[in-house]
Design a protein around this ligand. Structure first.
Ligand code: GRG
Length: 311
């Protein structure tokens, strides 16, 4: 497998899927849709939608188009909505995290942050709008035509059962993005900044601020791909490990630029143990992802590369 080429193709395909759902309104709300588009189109690795599609592929066949060619993103229209939704939620969190009331950052992904470019009010509104719009997109996955098409592509005959899956994915995403997930983790991070927090609180922050959305992405892929409850749970465990390792890798990468006094995994364990923790979490995640009937070598390699990334 030429991993770099596959990753490029997966990123481009995820990008196209996301772009198809961007708002196009040109009436009086244009300032906010411009700010939303600016934030989403400013690059980013698109890791969450890619992980969702690749996890879906662990459980669902076929991955082919009508001409029998292998496709990067399976053609399920419900999956596409959740891929866009998770990236919009991720982008909203970055836009709000950059605001003066939070991290007060001027630059992200090599360009001006959304509030810097459009002003603070539009930064707040664009974040709010991305979160709401994400759920609008995903909820529209319930429309009958989309459910029928998804079932046809998956060779499933029970449309009511697939609707339950969409409801499951929707409520799981809301939970993992909310107070029991990303917002919960961000709250602890913001409110206890500068305090002498313990390792238990730091791990709570990692589990919720970073890992929860990765869990939602991968578990949604499994749910929409038809995985059993037990398998969705296993995917959640693997994703939790990936999320933790992703954050510790971030700590290692930011070691020199981190704000003075910022408590990270390195504060408790130092760089060497942090590296070892990333390696063991990665191995454990890969072992879980290799335990299913179907294999996805690209997903395994992606997991490995995410943990050894240098930016
Ligand atoms: C404002 C509710 C709210 C939450 C903010 C995402 C976040 C929570 C804070 C950003 C700071 C940070 C280091 C978060 C940890 C997660 C993380 C590493 C985000 C960056 O994700 P990438 O690397 O970003 O996938 P790209 O730019 O590639 O999309």
């Amino acid at each position: 497998m030429d991993f770099e080429k596959e990753l490029q193709m997966a990123t481009a395909a995820a990008e196209e899927t996301i772009e198809n759902f961007l708002p196009t309104e040109v009436s009086f709300q244009k300032p906010v849709t411009d700010a939303m588009n600016y934030s989403v189109l400013s690059g980013g690795k698109r890791i969450r939608p890619i992980l969702m599609a690749e996890t879906y592929k662990l459980f669902a066949l076929p991955w082919e188009d009508e001409k029998g060619r292998t496709v990067q993103i399976p053609q399920n229209p419900v999956l596409h909505r959740f891929m866009a939704g998770i990236e919009f939620i991720h982008n909203y969190s970055l836009v709000h995290d950059d605001l003066p009331a939070m991290d007060n950052d001027d630059m992200r992904r090599g360009q001006e942050t959304t509030h810097k470019k459009f002003g603070e009010a539009l930064g707040i509104l664009a974040g709010d709008a991305l979160l709401n719009y994400a759920f609008e997109m995903m909820a529209k996955g319930f429309e009958t035509d989309r459910i029928c098409e998804a079932c046809m592509l998956l060779g499933r005959t029970n449309e009511a059962e697939y609707m339950k899956r969409v409801a499951w994915a929707l409520s799981l995403t809301a939970e993992k993005a909310g107070i029991h997930g990303m917002i919960g983790g961000q709250t602890a991070d913001v409110c206890d900044e500068g305090k002498d927090i313990g390792k238990d609180e730091l791990l709570f922050i990692y589990e919720n601020k970073t890992a929860a959305l990765i869990e939602a992405a991968m578990m949604d892929g499994a749910i929409l791909g038809g995985a059993s409850e037990e398998d969705v749970k296993k995917i959640g465990e693997a994703a939790g490990k990936i999320g933790h390792a992703f954050q510790i890798r971030d700590d290692l990468l930011d070691e020199k630029t981190e704000k003075p006094g910022k408590v990270t995994f390195l504060t408790f364990e130092g760089a060497e143990k942090a590296e070892a923790r990333v390696a063991s979490l990665t191995e454990e995640a890969i072992a879980i992802l290799s335990s299913f009937e179907r294999s996805n070598d690209f997903l395994l390699e992606l997991t490995y590369r995410l943990m050894s990334r240098e930016k």
